[in-house]
Design a binder for this molecule. Structure first.
Ligand code: AMP
Ligand code: ZN
Length: 117
């Protein structure tokens, strides 16, 4: 297994875990881009939204809904609500994805300058 997030999920490399249930973990990003920067990672290895939602329309919308719900829960628990937060999913190299195991970024705290910077 070469996937860094699968290794984190398996406890083979350390992380700062903020949340865990049967389907997801939430950890602190190693290189935070905001005062609060959390990654919500499905325990199941799915590469990206491209893999999650194939062109045949068979994607699991409930699974992605739970990913968003978990991100919102973690954002609230980290004190980002009601102020607000940013949620980002990068898809593919062209979308800036660097770890090819689907994950949701939750960013907030302080001023979030630049819409997509
Ligand atoms: P992306 O570029 O959207 O694929 O996001 C990957 C994120 O994973 C980046 O924000 C990295 O800082 C973060 N990251 C990489 N390795 C680790 C790690 N071992 N622990 C926590 N975050 C990591
Ligand atoms: Zn993985």
């Amino acid at each position: 297994m070469s996937c860094i997030f699968c290794k984190i999920i398996a406890g083979e490399i350390p992380s700062t875990k903020l949340f865990e249930d049967d389907q997801f973990i939430a950890i602190k990003d190693l290189h935070p881009q905001a005062a609060v920067h959390v990654l919500v990672i499905p325990k199941k290895h799915v590469v990206s939204l491209d893999e999650a939602f194939p062109s045949d329309g068979s994607g699991d919308t409930e699974f992605i809904g739970k990913l968003m719900a978990t991100g919102t829960r973690v954002a609230r628990e980290r004190g980002l609500l009601p102020g607000g937060f940013r949620s980002v999913i990068n898809t593919g190299a062209g979308g800036g994805q660097s770890v090819f195991h689907l994950h949701l970024h939750i960013l907030g705290g302080g001023s979030m300058s630049g819409k997509f910077g």
